[in-house]
Ligand binder design. Structure first.
Ligand code: F6P
Length: 364
């Protein structure tokens, strides 16, 4: 058994239920090998300002697997390769401060960085790997859009929360004979909308992979009226677009953000549906509720397995990889094979076929 390894762990990008379970498993599995683990706070920031590095002992992490958020903090703004820095003239410029991160990593004698994140954070991890930092990635995102793994942790919790919300909307929609348009997260992938929409008995599901036609949506709602179903539930992924249209971006210009911040499709759709059908229509945005709170059993277990597998991967010195679920096993896949891509919903997948066969419209 190898002694004396010193592991750093960080969590980056949007939080997802299960992050603390990964941290717990990494610390306990490392400790069982006689290794030490340190938490880097707020993504990579802790490796720039080393005051933000904390020792993680079994006592610090024991039984945090059931808690939401991340005890290490996270950010989707701190890319050391493109860091906004304010110069002496008070202007903000983008600088590459990655050498400082590598220098601090080496100065503190870390043997490996466990980077828990989605595509953005894992791409940064891969760039550090190319600069000589031994890294192992752990796939996190409620969006489930990472390649190389059958599923990411956080997704099951988000789908469960969205499904429960849709379930609850049926009774109020029915009582008022309304159309309810529910917006769920997922960026440019429709996994959350599809799985929660089918499970929650939505009538219309709109996902980025299938551009919609507003006329088809309204026809479906009016067909239901003719059949005596005087209410409808529409589940829209935040990245859903009309044929030839663009996703609704509510965040352009948000300070320090270079990426698109999706959101607002539900309100746009609700206005249009109401105008065209004359039906009383309301929009609901589930937003960050989908990321908050305790992970489901599935996510907790997956995250614990990912954490323990990350330590096994370090032991096997398979750096530059990401742990991934390939049922029934967890394997390590090269980071370069998974980053910079999106795993979209295949439009001919069984869940979509099932949905169509049970009467769901995709607005196409
Ligand atoms: O990637 C996770 C996610 O929750 C997306 O589904 C969503 O578009 C985005 O993050 C929201 O980001 P923020 O927390 O910055 O609003």
């Amino acid at each position: 058994m190898e002694k004396g390894m010193k592991i750093a762990i960080n969590t980056g990008g949007g939080d997802a239920p299960g992050l603390n379970a990964v941290i717990e498993a990494v610390v306990l599995a490392a400790n069982s090998r006689g290794w030490d683990t340190y938490g880097i706070k707020n993504g990579y920031a802790g490796l720039l300002n080393t005051d933000e590095i904390i020792p993680l002992t079994p006592d610090t992490v024991r039984h945090i697997a059931n808690t939401g958020g991340t005890i290490l903090g996270t950010t989707n703004r701190g890319n050391p390769f493109q860091m906004p820095v304010t110069n002496l003239a008070g202007e903000t410029e983008i600088r590459d401060v990655s050498d400082k991160v590598v220098e601090n990593f080496r100065r503190l004698h870390f043997d490996c960085l466990v980077a828990v994140g989605g595509d953005g954070s894992l791409s940064i991890a891969y760039d550090f790997y190319k600069k000589g930092v031994p890294v192992v990635g752990v796939p996190k995102t409620i969006d489930n859009d990472l390649c190389g793994t059958v599923i990411t942790f956080g997704f099951d919790t988000a789908v469960s929360i969205a499904t429960e919300a849709i379930d609850r909307l049926h009774s109020t929609a029915k009582s008022h004979e309304r159309v309810m348009v529910v917006e769920v997260m997922g960026r440019n992938a429709g996994w959350i909308a599809l799985n929660s929409g089918v499970s929650g008995a939505a009538d219309v599901i709109l996902i980025p992979e299938i551009p919609f036609d507003i006329d088809r949506i309204c026809e479906h709602i009016m067909d239901r009226e003719l059949q005596g179903q005087r209410y409808s539930i529409v589940v829209a992924a935040e990245g859903a677009t009309s044929l030839g249209g663009q996703a609704v971006d509510k965040g352009r210009g948000e300070a320090g953000r270079q990426d698109v911040v999706l959101g607002g499709i539900a309100e746009v759709l609700a206005k249009e549906i109401s105008k065209r059908t004359g039906k009383d229509t309301r929009s609901i945005v589930l937003g960050h509720l989908q990321r908050g709170g305790s992970p489901t059993t599935f996510d907790r277990l997956l995250a614990l397995r990912f954490g323990a597998a990350a330590v096994r991967t370090i032991e096997g010195r398979k750096f530059g990889t990401m742990v991934a679920l390939d049922p029934p096993e967890i394997k390590a896949v090269p980071l370069e094979e998974v980053i910079g891509k999106i795993r979209n919903v295949p439009v001919d997948c069984d869940t979509i076929r099932t949905a169509r066969e049970i009467g769901v419209s995709f607005g196409d």
